[in-house]
Design a protein around this ligand. Structure first.
Ligand SMILES: Cc1cc2nc3c(=O)[nH]c(=O)nc-3n(C[C@H](O)[C@H](O)[C@H](O)COP(=O)(O)O)c2cc1C
Length: 315
């Protein structure tokens, strides 16, 4: 039988499989990260970490139903030193992406500088989609404030050493993706990951007549299969506006090998799994690797380059 190649390359970082976890999906503790290292994912991404440990919001802060998930976690993490220490102690067998978040540009700059010293980190994924983390004038998601993003990138690209990627919030208008791309194209960005959870959703328990999560009056970020059409549209649009040297990692609602195929058809070089990893556990990577390989075999493709970015418009 013909060999199917599901390896990929994210701007020079070689992955044995184009599948990895999404930041925040069972990647916070020592055990969770060790399990990811031992899994069949092509890379691992850490929980978004801050300068100091954070407990996060009160429980219940995550809820899932058949087609989606809602969360308002409040960035619980053990702080950058914990993740650097974890990497120093472990034998690393695949690329590691450290996800970074912070309350201010200074905090993020501090974490980037610390990470520069760790040879086991392949790249940094900076989370520009967390609510209320960077002090921008709207006190909202920094990825929605293009002036702050521009200023932020100018600052961090003065001293970065590792490849830098950006985790972006979803955009809902072409002009926003076009304008964001104009900014991103000016900087030596390695990759973007899109999308983060869709902000400000609410899910209701009709019996209790209440929200299902406690923080933020029940409002939270939405993930799972319900968000896939929006995520695919973001990947496809960014693929058309970004410099071809900037790789795209697709994320949002991936549950099957077919979903992965759709992302790569839209221009993604790799994909991340969030809600489905939380639902199904670490074996999701074996299943997805198999489903994706079988689909490629059926379609007579031998590698992802055969169809990456080649989505057709129906005539
Ligand atoms: C419980 C939970 C925690 C998350 N934490 C983070 C995080 O720390 N950093 C981040 O960039 N994204 C975080 N996300 C967003 C996911 O990485 C992903 O972008 C989003 O859930 C969409 O993917 P999915 O539909 O596969 O879940 C989190 C998502 C969930 C469900």
């Amino acid at each position: 039988m013909e060999n199917i190649d599901i390896t990929t390359n994210i701007n020079g970082i070689q992955l044995s499989s184009c599948i990895m976890n999404a930041s925040g999906a069972i990647c916070r503790t020592d055990i969770e990260l060790s399990n990811l290292l031992n899994s069949s994912s092509g890379a691992i991404v850490t929980k978004s970490c801050t300068k100091h440990p954070r407990k996060g919001n009160s429980y219940p802060r995550y809820f899932e139903w058949n087609i989606g998930s809602i969360n308002s976690m409040g960035l619980p993490n053990y702080g950058i030193d914990f993740y650097l220490d974890f990497l120093e102690r472990k034998k690393i067998t695949k690329p590691v992406l450290i996800s970074i978040a912070g309350r201010s540009i200074d905090e993020i700059s501090f974490i980037i500088q610390k990470s520069n010293f760790c040879s086991k980190i392949s790249a940094l994924e900076i989370n520009l989609s967390c609510p209320n983390l960077i002090e921008n004038k709207n006190q909202g998601i920094v990825g929605y404030d293009f002036c702050v993003v521009s200023h932020f990138l100018e600052k961090i690209f003065r001293f970065h050493e590792k490849p830098i990627g950006l985790k972006l919030p979803p955009y809902f208008r072409d002009i926003h993706i076009e304008n964001m791309s104009l900014i991103l194209n000016k900087f030596p960005i390695s990759f973007i990951t899109c999308i983060n959870s869709i902000p400000n959703g609410i899910f209701i328990d009709v019996n209790k007549e209440s929200t299902v999560i406690r923080p933020n009056k029940g409002f939270g970020g939405i993930g799972g299969s319900i968000i896939k059409p929006f995520a695919l549209a973001n990947v496809f649009k960014f693929y058309s506006f970004l410099r071809k040297e900037i790789s795209i990692i697709g994320c949002g609602g991936i549950q099957s090998g077919k979903d992965m195929f759709e992302y790569i058809l839209c221009g993604a070089s790799a994909v991340q799994i969030g809600t489905q990893l939380i639902k199904e556990g670490i074996s999701v990577f074996d299943r997805l690797n198999q489903e994706f390989s079988s689909l490629l075999r059926k379609k007579k493709y031998s590698s992802i380059d055969d169809f990456k970015g080649k989505l057709q418009n129906i005539l």
